[in-house]
Write a protein that binds this ligand. Structure first.
Ligand code: GDP
Length: 303
């Protein structure tokens, strides 16, 4: 089920509840079961769905609600809040994912994703975004697989006026990453607080790619691993995200190419990695990266 359909099924479940003459325990249960069915069909993990149900029942607590309370509104609000929570911060760890400004030693953020997902572009956008908010970022190109990857990063970095590290001759991505991260972390003149590492991709999921990501992650011990996915891949996002999660500790997701049209993929990536979507890429330009707002993903009727 893609998100548009999921939105529809949640809306229908809520409408049934609103239409009921009396909102009692049974009506609430039917509504929550219907919503849960839709989420499960969208590949959202069972645990997340179960927790959502438990939380909503705790918040709503029908038996304690005094007469005069608008139960329908309270239920709608609770459903909306829980859906937001599930997408935005499924493990309650969003705070830890924001690098700390001025922190020493510099924090290292490693980007992973398939080739063409928008990884290199997003790395620069991410560095640029933080630069504009007062961080001192730098970039490392550890993509030795794709010809021209270093040139692309160099050009982007120059446009963003963000310092970078890479090599035309070294073919070992682990060596480049380790050297780049060490050099930038210990740069006394520039005092970088954020080192963003771009990595290789492949056209499809391959054992060699995952092994490379595992080795890289082990070598540079990133503070955060960001999984970059193209919104248009839809439901295959679940397996793709899961495959990366098995080789590195993915902590956050960035959805490129808008993401709003086929949000089901984003939802699946969140479910597979138990990590929140932190940004959305909305275009090819440097400044087209937006901190993720969950509202467009939730059906309008619940807002
Ligand atoms: P990589 O192979 O994963 O490093 O992907 P690239 O960063 O080279 O991006 C592939 C293509 O997608 C490039 O033409 C980018 O300009 C484009 N791209 C990347 N992110 C976005 C985005 O958020 N929106 C749009 N419309 N295009 C993007």
């Amino acid at each position: 089920m893609v998100l548009a359909e999921l939105g529809g099924s949640i809306t229908r479940a809520l409408q049934q509840m609103i239409k009921a003459t009396v909102v009692d325990e049974k009506v609430l249960n039917d509504c929550l079961n219907e919503i849960s069915r839709g989420l499960l069909q969208s590949d959202v993990q069972f645990n997340l769905v179960r927790d959502m149900q438990i939380n909503i029942k705790k918040i709503v607590n029908l038996s304690d609600l005094a007469a005069g309370h608008n139960k329908r509104k309270i239920i709608q609000q609770a459903v909306f809040d829980q859906l937001c929570q599930m997408l935005q911060d499924p493990a309650g760890k969003l705070d830890q994912l924001v690098p700390k400004k001025g922190k020493k030693p510099s924090q290292v953020v490693m980007f992973v994703g398939l080739q063409g997902s928008g990884k290199t572009t997003t790395c620069t956008k991410y560095a640029y975004y933080h630069k504009n908010k007062g961080w001192k970022p730098a970039l490392v190109c550890a993509d030795t697989f794709r010809a021209g990857a270093f040139d692309q990063l160099k050009q982007n970095a120059a446009k963003a006026k963000v310092p970078f590290y890479g090599s035309y001759t070294e073919m070992d991505p682990v060596k480049i990453a380790v050297e780049g991260v060490e050099r930038l972390k210990n740069d006394q003149n520039n005092n970088f607080d954020l080192v963003v590492v771009d990595t290789s991709g492949r056209h499809k999921q391959e054992a060699a790619l995952f092994e490379e990501m595992r080795q890289l992650s082990e070598a540079i011990s990133p503070d955060l691993v960001v999984f970059v996915m193209d919104a248009s891949i839809g439901q295959s996002a679940f397996h793709q995200a899961q495959a990366f999660k098995q080789s590195v500790t993915v902590g956050a997701v960035i959805v490129t190419r808008d993401g709003h049209a086929k949000g089901g993929g984003a939802l699946s990536a969140v479910a597979a990695t138990k990590s929140p979507v932190i940004f959305i890429g909305t275009g090819e330009h440097m400044d087209q990266l937006e901190a993720f707002d969950v509202k467009p993903f939730c059906p309008a009727s619940v807002r």
